[in-house]
Write a protein that binds this ligand. Structure first.
Ligand SMILES: Cc1cc2nc3c(=O)[nH]c(=O)nc-3n(C[C@H](O)[C@H](O)[C@H](O)COP(=O)(O)OP(=O)(O)OC[C@H]3O[C@@H](n4cnc5c(N)ncnc54)[C@H](O)[C@@H]3O)c2cc1C
Length: 394
């Protein structure tokens, strides 16, 4: 389904003059989910993004069972079908000269260009107020509001919100500019690169292919447009040494003896900043951080969108009490605690998995074991794909 450019749902004057309960910065899965839930809870909510939508995002576009459960909770269970998302139910790992196939609970693959635009379209239908192409910076806090500076082309305006949800992703300038919020990047963190090609030969639909080498891994999946999406996490020195993202991907695919798409060299590549980033604290005065803005690990376990949707929905449930002004501090503490239990614990699994991949002897042992006993991966796969129990939510 082709998606048209998404227009602002209100004018620039209204953006500046309205009394906003909540401003959500960033219209990725975390921000859209937070804005939908906040609007549904009756709060006057504005969603802003610095880009024009639809927009591309470096991401494999694979939604796991947790991401799908969060979409259903947002009233968007049919969205993957409507946009032709491909069902994925197998993970094929190329590692140390072996190919290991693992069954997955059904997930879906949909290009991020389509997915984010589709979710945003649904958010607008549900009444979320949205303006694209507005870059947001923080301007501090007063006793009654958080202040924001908005830039749209050559125009600048200021805005007040009772509460802000910072969902501006990994490299978002809004979160980076928040006084009192520390950013920690893991030493030797990888960066992300991605491209899309037309030659799908050797990569059947429905399988997430992951070619792994000690210093990089490349995920390959067919998306709804029947094109092949390649998304990699790589040590920056490895990328420099290879000379180009295409050459790096070629080397990793050849390392596991998988086909290299004919048109890889002519692909358009996009990159990210350092991936493994942690922000502390994830709640400040009148601001909650959510999605990648609060912290990200790596794409190996394919969970980023699940963390973002789950975090966005959950943080919104704290907004009514926070906005009413009675429980600001308590709401902040509640989010820090919930985030630690709900998201950081899930990220720890990804953290340790990707750490193992850096050690050649561990990779060899893992490859040997999994090729004989693939069922050993089942508990890990189940834990990644199990949504949190209702009782753990605030
Ligand atoms: C190589 C790679 C592959 C991946 N593959 C997968 C996968 O297959 N499955 C999966 O679940 N996850 C995957 N991920 C992770 C996933 O892409 C992210 O975790 C997810 O997009 C996080 O969503 P978000 O809403 O927090 O941020 P984003 O999706 O990054 O959205 C942030 C938004 O904020 C906007 N913004 C930024 N700064 C400002 C500002 N100052 N003012 C206004 N707006 C601003 C941006 O324009 C953007 O639209 C992958 C990541 C990488 C790097």
């Amino acid at each position: 389904m082709e998606t048209l450019t998404l227009q602002a749902s209100l004018d620039w004057a209204t953006v500046q003059t309205a009394d906003w309960d909540v401003v959500v910065v960033g219209a990725g899965p975390a921000g859209i989910a937070a804005a939908m839930e906040s609007t549904r809870l009756g709060l006057k909510t504005l969603l802003l993004d610095r880009q024009r939508h639809p927009r591309d995002k470096v991401c494999g576009g694979c939604m796991n069972a947790v991401a799908l459960s969060q979409l259903a909770a947002l009233g968007c269970a049919d969205l993957p079908d409507q946009y032709g998302a491909i069902t994925v139910n197998r993970f094929r790992l190329g590692i140390e000269g072996r190919q290991i196939d693992l069954d997955l609970p059904p997930g879906r693959a949909l290009s991020r260009r389509s997915f984010d635009a589709a979710l945003l379209t649904e958010a607008l239908r549900q009444g979320v107020q949205f303006m694209p192409m507005v870059s947001v910076r923080d301007a501090g806090c007063s006793s009654a509001a958080r202040h924001l500076i908005l830039t749209r082309q050559a125009e600048t305006a200021t805005l007040k919100a009772a509460w802000v949800v910072a969902a501006d992703g990994l490299g978002g300038r809004y979160t980076q500019g928040l006084t009192g919020c520390q950013t920690q990047t893991r030493p030797a963190a990888y960066i992300g690169v991605a491209t899309e090609v037309g030659d799908t030969h050797g990569y059947p639909a429905g399988i997430i292919h992951m070619a792994s080498r000690g210093d990089a891994y490349v995920g390959v999946v067919r998306q709804e447009n029947n094109r092949l999406h390649l998304a990699a996490a790589v040590h920056p020195a490895t990328l420099r040494q290879a000379g180009s993202p295409a050459r790096m991907m070629r080397q990793v695919l050849q390392h596991v003896a998988w086909p290299v798409p004919d048109d890889l060299d002519s692909g358009h590549f996009q990159g990210t900043s350092y991936l493994t980033t942690r922000r502390r604290p994830v709640a400040l005065e009148r601001v909650f951080l959510s999605g990648d803005a609060a912290g990200y690990i790596e794409p190996f376990t394919g969970e980023g969108m699940a963390w973002a949707l789950l975090g966005g929905r959950t943080v919104a449930t704290l907004l009514p009490a926070a906005v009413s002004g009675q429980n600001g501090r308590r709401s902040a503490e509640a989010w820090i605690q919930t985030y630690t239990q709900m998201i950081r614990q899930r990220q720890a699994v990804c953290h340790w998995t990707t750490r193992c991949l850096r050690h050649p002897w561990l990779i060899r042992a893992m490859a040997e074991l999994l090729s004989r006993l693939p069922g050993l991966a089942t508990p890990l796969i189940q834990s990644i794909n199990t949504p949190p129990a209702r009782s753990t939510l605030p």
